[in-house]
Design a protein around this ligand. Structure first.
Ligand code: NAD
Length: 524
């Protein structure tokens, strides 16, 4: 059965990539419908904000319970719509969302409350000041298909608990999960217009980015992210861009080969390699190189590829034919340029049209597309290095900078090298799991994006800070107001000395010189 992309005649259809069956079908929202949804969200948002953070946390707690109760059905739907093994749907989508909800339930009240801002400058001490964290209003979200629940749900929960309304345009390949998310949030008590889902494809996303939203949270590929950023720049729309990666794994000379090899195959093949944080490049110290290659091949051979509904399956299908063709062409280019295929490197048509064998390639070089472009498939390319400096240089030689990992028996050595890597996250002796740590900020540097989701930093992206300053001496004219002149200039030089001159005597003299400014005549 054909399992290619299907976006036809104003409709989006999610297709089970393992079987080719249609799972769900929706009309694409038109630009008028997008604008109407944003207008409804704008009208509904103030009441949601005024309901207060405690109320919103209670709603989130109900949502957490509903999702937990429905975890089996939701995991089945995720596997049907995008193919990953059901146990991965549970762990990497559902549990991630449950835990992110817990983080917000425990921390949102404290993180969002007004924060006192003390002043250290002596003439500004007679002021009381604080920061308010206010919701933007309406946040637009555009999400991809690879983590069809955890990405839109974690971002939406943070936006909602901060008091925003959310309009979500999910991937055209996984609209059904987003509709399920909507139903659970509404059941938990989020008002219908405060969380809306607009099924659709690229043009629907473009219409949302052009609508009267106050901020955009985009997760997807670098090319689409650049298009979205260009559109947003026309009206200075703030946006967070969570984009692609080409994450390196560095296996140092003191690493445990067995553990690093097991981590490498999981990090490269989880979700069939369709993870923004996948290991896409693996560099191994030359002294361990052949041993490491034998270990990953031996372990990789044991992996079972198949329908994600079968509990024995380790690796499901790729999402669609276009993704499979990208993987195939990068692998065949690399082999033609001298990469050594050790495992896989071919389709598994006997299972269906979207299955690709877990693949290990040795002796890859940086001139190959496989080491420069995002692959997003079950491919582990491995290359040797001679010393730490070379490993860091190879890892940083990329337009991407999402995450990286370092494998070593010496944690301090790993942490010291982590400082030299150009990445939003560096894990020492672990891979990928940073996304499941609700306290950890997620986001990249270089082409991997702008801004952060998750954790305290992700919550901060959902609010504007407003600084409120109240003067405690409202009946006094400020010393710096008009009434300038030569005498005042001298006094202010003294004031500057009082604050910043070198030596206690010069400072005291400056203080005495400036004191008269407070009583000077001739002020307006
Ligand atoms: P994509 O860029 O093709 O699509 C992402 C979303 O953008 C979809 O909802 C799509 O309909 C929408 N879209 C397409 N054209 C648009 C336009 N002109 N204006 C507005 N929206 C538009 O990406 P994808 O194939 O869905 O997802 C895979 C990519 O996402 C990979 O590159 C992966 O690394 C990246 N990703 C990044 C993260 C992260 O957190 N950094 C997480 C998951 C996936």
């Amino acid at each position: 059965m054909p399992t290619d992309i299907q976006v036809a005649a104003g409709k989006v259809s999610s297709i089970n990539p393992a079987t080719g069956e249609i799972v769900a079908e929706f009309e694409c929202a038109t630009p008028d419908e997008v604008n109407a949804a944003v207008a409804r969200a704008r009208a509904a948002q103030p009441a949601w904000e005024q309901a207060g953070v405690k109320h919103r946390i209670a709603v989130l707690r109900r949502f957490q319970r509903i999702l937990h109760d429905r975890k089996d059905d939701v995991a089945t739907l995720i596997t049907h719509e995008m193919g990953k093994p059901k146990v991965e749907a549970l762990l990497t989508d559902i549990v991630v969302v449950l835990d992110a909800a817990r983080f917000l339930i425990d921390n949102a009240h404290h993180a969002l409350k007004p924060e006192r801002i003390p002043h250290s400058n002596p003439v500004l001490k007679a002021k009381s000041a604080y920061l308010l964290r206010e919701p933007y209003g309406v946040i637009g979200m555009i999400s991809p298909w690879n983590y069809p629940l955890s990405i839109p749900a974690t971002e939406s929960m943070a936006a909602l608990v901060a008091g925003n309304a959310v309009v979500l345009k999910p991937s055209e390949f996984t609209p059904g999960i987003a509709i399920e998310l909507r139903s659970m949030l509404h059941q938990a008590g989020v008002p219908a217009d405060v969380f809306q889902v607009l099924p659709g494809d690229g043009p629907t996303g473009a219409a949302l980015a052009a609508a009267r939203i106050d901020k955009l949270i985009f997760t997807g590929s670098v090319p689409t992210g650049k298009r979205v950023a260009a559109a947003a720049s026309q009206r200075l729309l703030p946006c967070v861009l969570e984009l692609g990666g080409k994450d390196p794994m560095l296996v140092l000379d003191d690493a445990d080969v067995d553990i690093a090899a097991t981590a490498a195959i999981w990090g490269a093949f989880v979700n069939a390699g369709q993870t923004c944080l996948s290991i896409e490049r693996c560099y191994v110290h030359r002294s361990l190189y052949e041993k490491f290659l034998s270990a990953v091949v031996e372990k990789g051979r044991k992996l079972r590829v198949g329908n994600g509904m079968d509990p024995a399956t380790d690796i499901g299908p790729l999402i669609h034919q276009q993704q499979l063709r990208i993987v195939e062409s990068q692998v065949s280019d690399a082999v033609a340029a001298g990469a050594r295929p050790l495992l896989g490197g071919h389709r598994m048509s006997e299972l269906g049209s979207n299955f690709y064998a877990p693949t290990v390639l040795a002796d890859v070089t940086h001139s190959m597309r496989l080491m420069q472009e995002e692959t997003f498939g079950p491919v582990l390319p491995v290359a040797p290095f001679n010393n730490d400096d070379e490993a860091i240089a190879l890892a940083n030689d990329s337009e991407f900078g999402l995450a990286a990992s370092i494998w070593t028996a010496n944690r301090s050595r790993g942490q010291a090298l982590a400082r030299r890597l150009e990445a939003g996250t560096v894990m020492v002796n672990d891979v990928v799991s940073c996304y499941a740590i609700p306290e950890a900020p997620h986001g990249g540097v270089k082409s991997s994006g702008i801004g952060r989701t998750h954790g305290r930093a992700g919550l901060e992206e959902m609010v504007r800070v407003k600084y409120v300053d109240s003067d405690l001496l409202p009946n006094l004219k400020k010393v710096w107001w008009y009434g300038y002149g030569p005498e005042f200039s001298q006094q202010m030089q003294g004031f500057s000395d009082f604050l910043f001159a070198r030596g206690i005597f010069r400072r005291l003299r400056g203080g005495l010189r400036s004191a008269a400014a407070f009583f000077r005549k001739g002020r307006l």
